[in-house]
Write a protein that binds this ligand. Structure first.
Ligand SMILES: [Zn+2]
Length: 301
């Protein structure tokens, strides 16, 4: 006979969410519908049958928001130089190189200037496939530079979060980005320029604990996981099953943590309406053009 008995059942594995997969046909993980991939792309990665939101890449996200899918990217080549020489199961430098190879990006974020229904806007979008969209020194610097461009040119800012939180491979330097970005957003606020935060699945950890929750308007996509510690960590700590829908957008808006939950197909129009309400104006393309000042700076590490 065993000395100890397990009183509780082990915690069920977390459900997996999928990005838009490659191939001709895709099965929706929510309703099991078989979807033609081209239809899914046309529908901005939303299942036409059950409205399941597939995860978008940073590039797809920016294209979905900007007029004619056009924008000028900023600080494209900023990359991390492994500041604390970190190794876990493999060296951080190898992890970085692998993510750079698979995503084609230098880090987990793309920032750009373009137009949202005619309103010139600085938009940052995170890439979850790059080390979980984690917030490190490069993401911090790129967002702050984006905000500085917005300040210089009197533009609104939109940040689309999709992140597991701070990047542990850069230690405390990652955590410092939370304060750095928050301080830049405070300057934006003092300049009376709007900031809209879009929270997508998942938005957790240090990202939620700083700029993702600081928007003049905090908009989430349906059923997005949003929280500080993830549900698995909380369940393992308190050893209890969490209530249905805990940390999902719909639960959070009921508890006053969000302003809006918006279907992705309505997101662009909603952001444009909000920016107009907050004083941003659509400008003629010919008048200003799209020419960000934050081109590559010498000494980008
Ligand atoms: Zn579906």
């Amino acid at each position: 006979m065993a000395w100890f008995k397990k009183a509780r059942k082990p915690i069920a594995a977390p459900d997996k969410t999928s990005r838009v997969p490659e191939g001709l046909w895709v099965k929706c993980p929510e309703c099991d519908a078989i979807i033609y991939t081209k239809d899914l792309v046309k529908n901005l990665g939303v299942c036409a049958k059950c409205s399941h939101h597939f995860r978008l890449t940073a590039l797809e996200r920016l294209k979905s928001l900007f007029d004619d899918e056009e924008f000028v990217e900023m600080d494209r080549n900023l990359r991390s130089n492994d500041p604390i020489n970190f190794t876990d199961t493999k060296p951080y430098s190898k992890r970085l190189a692998a993510s750079q190879a698979t995503t084609g990006l230098a880090d987990a974020i793309i920032t750009g200037v373009g137009r949202i229904n005619g309103i010139e806007t600085v938009v940052a979008a995170m890439e979850y496939a790059f080390i979980g969209g984690s917030l490190g020194v490069v993401m911090g610097e790129k967002i702050v530079r984006g905000i500085e461009v917005a300040l210089a040119r009197q533009l609104p800012v939109v940040i689309v979060s999709c992140s597991g939180g701070a990047r542990m491979m850069e230690g405390a330097l990652s955590l410092m980005q939370m304060a750095k970005i928050s301080a830049a957003l405070a300057r934006l606020d003092r300049a009376r320029l709007p900031y809209v935060s879009v929270l997508t699945d998942p938005t957790t950890g240090g990202v939620t604990a700083s700029f993702a929750m600081l928007g003049d308007l905090n908009i989430a996509e349906p059923k997005a996981l949003i929280g500080f510690a993830g549900p698995r960590v909380i369940e393992q700590t308190i050893r209890q099953k969490l209530p249905e829908g805990f940390q999902r957008s719909e639960f959070l808006i009921e508890h006053g943590m969000l302003d809006l939950v918006v279907d992705r197909r309505e997101l662009k129009a909603t952001i444009a309406r909000a920016l107009t309400f907050m004083g941003a104006h659509a400008t003629a393309v010919a008048a200003t053009g799209v020419a960000p000042q934050a081109a590559e700076r010498p000494g980008d590490a």
